[in-house]
Design a binder for this molecule. Structure first.
Ligand SMILES: Cc1cc2nc3c(=O)[nH]c(=O)nc-3n(C[C@H](O)[C@H](O)[C@H](O)COP(=O)(O)OP(=O)(O)OC[C@H]3O[C@@H](n4cnc5c(N)ncnc54)[C@H](O)[C@@H]3O)c2cc1C
Length: 349
């Protein structure tokens, strides 16, 4: 059976390595078309320490990619402990790719003709599967900056929902040596540039801020349930059927509340490798394992419609609390319930 993995980001690179370990050598394709100065898809590079067990399986050590711990993180004024770090994601992707047979090109129907099975690991592009049953994508803008303290207090990692007029947040992720990713993303608002300019202006009294580069992007926050079909078949020119299977962000394995997708792309690729050639089991594992993403998506849909008048319901606040717990963020329950209020401050104005 000839297999192509299309997209060698986190999901595709990891899957291809796991398959190699199982004695299956897929052909890997990546077009590498990213309008970013790091040369990779726009991303904050934040991930929890639980990423380690996935990397170990592929013979990689998380310690080699850690940039800065985010042990204490500011959530709209409340500092909570987290298991998050920033990772050197470009280096991780390069290491995932090393030893794989990779063709650098945009995969088209011409290349597809050669394969019995094609894995769509193309992230937000979802280049091969049919459109999602109900897609939802969230636009983002991010800067890489040097932020030097004028006094002794370095800028702490943080997530700020209450500075956003829509449903979303600003993130401040340290990369080491006074460098940061600071970005904004959200639904139902579009003035990212203005909002970040204001944020940098507010910092400028206490810090000297130098911008290095910026990138805009999109995250699929639809959830796997609303990104179906996860698998499809296509008739090739010679009449044979070809299977297309999605993995990672192409099928929405991203937390709809936070846009966190690195660890879930790894997990999704592991599920696919673990149920290789049994697509029914794979689909059912993805839908059940990431069932909580469906609920988060439904909260977003609610807030984008009726929520404008009524604000988050008890179940929405509960889902937000569960999200924080799942990510290992130690927000006390009452505070987490309040944060949800501030994340959706937009309903007030
Ligand atoms: C601004 C921003 C900040 C983010 N911050 C975080 C964060 O801090 N932490 C976190 O966990 N997640 C974050 N995410 C989400 C995270 O980046 C993604 O969910 C994750 O990288 C998805 O991995 P993937 O492998 O599925 O897709 P991708 O990483 O997007 O990889 C897809 C690959 O497919 C290739 N490709 C696309 N089309 C084709 C084609 N036709 N032919 C060949 N190759 C193709 C691309 O070149 C790319 O390499 C962020 C996203 C954005 C936009």
């Amino acid at each position: 059976m000839k297999v192509a993995v299309v997209g060698a980001g986190i999901a595709g690179g990891y899957l291809a390595r796991l398959l190699e370990g199982m004695g299956i050598s897929p052909d890997v394709y990546d077009c590498g078309e990213h309008d970013t100065s790091c040369g990779y898809r726009s991303c904050g590079w934040g991930a929890p320490d639980a990423t380690s067990s996935f990397l170990n399986r592929a013979g990689l050590d998380l310690d080699n990619y850690l940039l800065e711990p985010m042990v204490n993180m500011n959530f709209d004024g409340l500092v909570a402990r987290t298991p998050l770090y920033t990772l050197d994601k470009p280096r991780l992707i390069r290491d995932l790719r090393s030893g794989l047979r990779i063709t650098q090109c945009r995969f088209t129907d011409r290349e597809a003709e050669e394969y019995d099975m094609v894995v769509d690991a193309t992230g937000i592009a979802r280049a091969l599967l049919p459109p999602c049953s109900s897609d939802l994508t969230l636009p983002t803008l991010q800067y890489r900056l040097t932020v030097k303290p004028r006094g002794s207090r370095v800028l702490e990692p943080g997530v700020y929902g209450n500075q956003i007029p829509g449903l979303g947040y600003i993130w401040v992720f340290p990369l080491g040596r006074n460098q940061y990713h600071i970005g904004a993303g959200g639904l139902a608002f579009d003035r990212y540039g203005e909002i970040l300019d204001q944020f940098f202006d507010n910092l400028s009294g206490r810090y000297s801020v130098t911008r290095h580069c910026s990138c805009s992007g999109e995250v699929r926050v639809a959830s796997p349930h609303y990104s179906q079909p996860l698998v499809s078949v296509r008739k090739m020119e010679d009449g044979t059927m070809q299977q297309i299977i999605g993995v990672g962000e192409s099928i929405g394995t991203v937390s709809p509340f936070t846009g966190e997708g690195i660890i879930y792309s790894l997990e999704c690729a592991k599920l696919l490798a673990g149920s290789w050639l049994d697509e029914k089991t794979y689909v059912s594992h993805v839908l059940s394992r990431f069932g909580w993403m469906k609920k988060e998506r439904e909260t977003l849909d609610y807030l984008l419609s009726q929520g404008r008048e009524t604000g988050p319901r008890l179940r929405d606040r509960w889902r937000f609390y569960r999200n924080a717990r799942r990510s290992g963020i130690r927000l006390p329950m009452l505070e987490a319930f309040k944060r949800m209020g501030s994340l959706s401050r937009w309903v007030e104005g």
